[in-house]
Design a protein around this ligand. Sequence first.
Ligand code: PEP
Length: 251
Amino acid sequence: MSDNLRPLLAGNWKMNGRLADLAEIDAIRSRVAAGAAGQAQVVVCPPFTLLTEAARRCGGSPVGLGAQDCSTAPCGAYTGDISAEMLKDAGASFVIVGHSERRAGHGESDALVRAKAAAGLRAGLNVILCLGETQAQRSAGEALATVAAQLEASLPEEAAPERLVIAYEPVWAIGTGITPTPTDIAEMHGFLRRRLAERRAGGERIRILYGGSVKPANAADLLNGADVNGALVGGASLKAEEFMAIAAVYR
Ligand code: PEP
């Protein structure tokens, strides 16, 4: 049972946001400080370019910052890459790895995702590791097996349970407005919870987020089930109003 874990509400801005959009992070910061997310931990993951300024604005506030990817190397001749150490230096405390848009669009393998997760941990970041099946895999009855294989091959070796977060994000639910049923979510989260508890000492303390088309209107249905320890939110995290309407489930 993991329902006493502190929920985590993480916003993934993807490749969206310019300096002017930090006004949304300012609004999230003031609303969270005023109790809009209850006891939930709130993290925003803007693009790399906004991290330093976002961190300056969020310093001393309850809102944490994360990045959306990192290199496996700490530094060196890797043109265009950003290391986990650099993210930490810029003020991030979280990094997302293995998002399906990186697995599909950049050909990231489970082994690479595992190495990126290890890099995030090495740098002192908390890691949000994304897993999820495609529509074809679900239709073929392979959703659990697909996610189990991803977990097996991309979970970093050494990770304190408190520093690792799993995000179950069915690929077909991301940005589509289509969501699994609460029963489907319960089945997958319960399965992941059992796997984590079997595989790791303290696995029952690893938070498992749901991600994929979470909106204010469906948040209560999707996020209140057993072993759903928070959400990874894409589109609906770009505007403070919408993101905080989702956070209301934790008040
Ligand atoms: C995501 O990309 O992590 C995500 C969950 O996106 P959306 O909420 O827009 O479906």
